[in-house]
Structures are given as C-alpha cells and as structure tokens.
Design a protein around this ligand. Structure first.
Ligand SMILES: [Zn+2]
Length: 466
C-alpha cells in the first residue's frame, strides 16, 4: 500500500509522494526555550519522530529541521523577570531539551537552527523587506511592521477562517492570539521598554522578529522554498502556521509545504493540563520524581494515533510498562530459541505484514501495535507447543529489528555496577590460577548481587537475573 497521510490543508487523506523522489524535506516547529518542555509538547515531538522513522523504514531519506525559538514574547518576558541576558536565560532550557530528546529516544534532527543566529535574523529581515516591496507588509504608526492579511487571498485556508467580516487594518502584535482576534500580524516588532536589551538593527529601526517569520526564514533558509512535510501540534495551526504560509508564499510565489500534519492535544487524567490543576508534568517530573523510564513515557505517548486526543494517565503508564515487559520477554524467548542459528523463512503469520501497512495508512499506530501483539501471541503459542524452528525464531528477530527501527522501544542495556565488575576481574584471575574454589565462591557472591556469570568461549558473560 502507498503511504497516505491526512493533510490539514485539504482536510483529506492523500497519497504521499515527495517533491523529489526518495527525499523528504521535513520541518517541525521546535520548543520555545523559556521553560522545560512538558509532555504535551513531547507528544508532538514523539509523533514527528515516529513519522520520520516510518518514512525511513519505507526507504525514504528524510532531511529534518527542528528550530529552537529562543527569542519571542515568552523568552523575553522570562529573561526580564530573571534579570539576566536572553542567551543566558535560554541556555539551560536548550540543554535540558536535548537531554529530554535522548531520554525519549527521539532521533536528532539534521538541523536545530536557533532563531537568534545572525544568519537567520538576516534572512528574516530580507524576507520582510521583500514583503514590504511587494505590498504585503507595512510599517504601522507604532513603528512595527505588519503583514497585511487581505493581501493574501487564501489567508485562513489552513485554520478554516473566513476573512469577509474582518475589517482591513485590524492588527495584533502578540505572537499568540485567538481566532477571534485575527488581524494583520507582526513581522518585525519595534523595540520598546519591555524588550530591555533584546534588539537587532533593521531598515525599520531597532526591534526584533515576530515568532512566525522566524520559522519561515529558518525553514526556507535550510530546506529551500518548498517543503514536503510541515508538522506541529494542533495549537500551532493558528496563528503560527497560517502566518508561515502567508509570509512564505508571498515571498516565494510557490506553495510552501505540500503536506501539513498536526497532532491532537494531550490531556492528563481527562482534564486539560494546567499548573493550577496539579496535573502539569514535564518529562523530568515523570522520570526523576516519579520513577518512570523515558522508554515507558515514549510508549505511552506513541501508542495513541496522532489524530486522536491522548488522555495521559498513570494507569496508561502502568499499561506501557506491562506492554514493554511482554515485548522484552518475547524477544528473550526468541533469542533463546534462535540460539545463533541463521535466519530462515518467516513463519506464516498474517499479522507480520500488519505493522508496516498500518503505519502506511496515516500512521495508524494502534493497528500497528495490535499487529505486533498478534504476532507475539501466535508465536508464543507455537513456542509453548515446541513448534517454532530456530531458523524461524531468527527470522522473527530480523522482523522485530525492522519494527524496532520505527518504534525504538528496545530495552535499555543495564549498566553493570562497579562492585560486580571488580568481582568479575577477581574471578578471571582465580580461574587463570586454576583456583576453582575461589572462582565458585566469587560466582556465588556475584549471584547474590543479582547477576549470573556464564563461562563462554569468548570469556565470562554477565546476565542480569530476573
Ligand atoms: Zn514554527
């Protein structure tokens, strides 16, 4: 089956074909680094990771950009409140973001451009100048430069907004606003007292870019004027992505992104996540304070299809833990049965095809995981009956490697504690000296710490006891 995805722009499921055969240019809106990202943000990043990995599983080469918004209303408010320079304020949140990506096993994008980099600021200014020349932008009496939305006839197409009733000239200067306040939006914000020392020189005087032009400049600067896929959370649709389309296409005269994909919001225990409701979680809260692993959180975030709202619950995390245990135990059983044998033909199980085809169909992960568990159930039945050949088990392990290249839910290799490594070294010495009594005593001591030693041709091997 061909790859098919739901396009927010057309509200339809469409066959996917990149502009250039075999290569996908993908832009994903990244974090605003004014705080630690919360699990709602990470739902979007995990969905984008699944999308990229599945495209790669299907043989496409993906070039991905994820930007860091390190200047906007929120970051400026944050650094002013903290009384430190903007770059100093955002740095720890940038660092934390990369640690969180690793913890959730999200593949690094090819590029992580930062909005405040000199070349990107220059590109933003150049795009705004072009918009001024073409009559799409104007400088208002407050000194800021605004995009004239009535100059772009399809404005509102992505978010389904009808502009007819809107009187021309209505303006909005903040980066984020509701649909009721739709109006000409800020491309360049004239410096004011609230910005402190955050400003750049421009043809319109000192100021700073609006949030939306940042993404247009970084996306086209790195990937070119046209993208295959642009992603984000559904809260990015308006005004952010609507604005990105209007600005970019007014500059380039070309359709900006072919496919717009947005994941639905996340709730916690059935209600909107809010600090005041006590249900607001960063990844750190779950991993460091509550003892869940990044892998378990990844499973919980990945396992609901991106176009369904996700209700994140602790019961769901418990479910993720058991599901992972089931996959781990099955994998261990296959390894034991395969016993190093070369892979033969796969056993005839219809669900084996199901994982890939489910993901081809608009990333239907629920059906994909159901297929994986069907395969587990069926092969466990055969294993119980002594009915699975070692060559078949080896073939299933290869199939699983393909699945894991998309899901990336492999068990964490467990770190061996220093004290065990030390006992192991002493045991090697004892065995070299043919002191079998000491060797056995050391083996028992290691066992009491939860590790089994196996003597193999390649030397001693440590296995964690269950
Ligand atoms: Zn963006």
């Amino acid at each position: 089956m061909a790859l098919r995805f739901f396009n927010t722009l057309t509200r339809q499921i469409e066959d996917f074909a990149p502009l250039e055969a075999g290569r996908v240019r993908m832009y994903t809106c990244g974090p605003t680094v004014y705080n630690f990202a919360h699990i709602g943000n990470f739902r979007a990043y995990v969905f984008e990771d699944l999308l990229q990995r599945h495209l790669e599983f299907r043989g496409l080469r993906v070039e991905r950009v994820m930007n860091l918004t390190d200047v906007d209303d929120k970051t400026i408010r944050g650094c002013r409140a903290a009384g430190i320079p903007l770059a100093e304020f955002t740095l720890p949140f940038k660092k934390a973001f990369f640690e969180d990506l690793d913890s959730l096993r999200i593949k690094r994008a090819d590029h992580f451009p930062e909005a405040t980099a000199a070349d990107h600021i220059a590109r933003m200014i150049s795009m705004i100048s072009t918009l001024m020349e073409k009559g799409h932008a104007y400088r208002a009496d407050d000194g800021s430069v605004y995009f004239r939305i009535h100059s772009f006839p399809s404005y509102g197409r992505l978010a389904h907004i009808v502009l007819d009733e809107l009187k021309p000239g209505a303006r909005v200067s903040s980066d984020e606003y509701e649909k009721e306040n739709v109006g000409d939006f800020a491309l360049w914000k004239a410096h004011d007292e609230g910005d402190g020392d955050v400003w750049w020189e421009s043809p319109w005087g000192r100021g700073r870019p609006g949030w939306h032009i940042e993404c247009s400049a970084m996306a086209t600067g790195i990937l070119g004027p046209q993208l295959d896929i642009h992603c984000g959370g559904e809260d990015n649709i308006f005004p952010h992505h609507e604005a990105e389309i209007a600005q970019t296409e007014s500059v380039t005269g070309l359709p900006f992104a072919k496919l717009w994909m947005h994941c639905k919001h996340l709730q916690v225990e059935g209600t909107k996540m809010a600090k005041s409701a006590g249900n607001f979680f960063t990844l750190r809260d779950l991993v460091e304070d509550k003892g869940w692993s990044g892998r378990e959180v990844r499973y919980a975030l990945i396992s609901v299809k991106y176009r369904e709202p996700l209700n994140f619950t602790f019961e769901g995390l418990g479910g993720a833990r058991s599901a992972l245990l089931r996959i781990d135990q099955w994998t261990a059983r296959l390894i034991e049965t395969a016993a190093g044998s070369p892979a033969g033909d796969l056993p005839e199980i219809t669900a084996l095809e199901g994982f890939g085809t489910a993901l081809d169909d608009d990333l239907n992960i629920s059906a994909g995981l159901a297929a994986v568990f069907d395969v587990i159930r069926e092969t466990n039945r055969r294993l119980d009956a002594g009915n699975l050949a070692s060559a078949e088990a080896a073939a299933l392990l290869l199939w699983l490697a393909g699945v894991q290249s998309v899901l990336h839910l492999e068990p964490e290799p467990e770190a061996v504690p220093g004290v065990v490594t030390e006992l192991l070294a002493r045991r090697v010495a004892a065995r070299n000296a043919k002191d079998w009594k000491a060797s056995d005593a050391l083996r028992d001591e290691i066992a009491s710490l939860g590790w089994t030693v196996k003597d193999t041709k390649e030397g001693q091997k440590l296995i964690r006891k269950n």
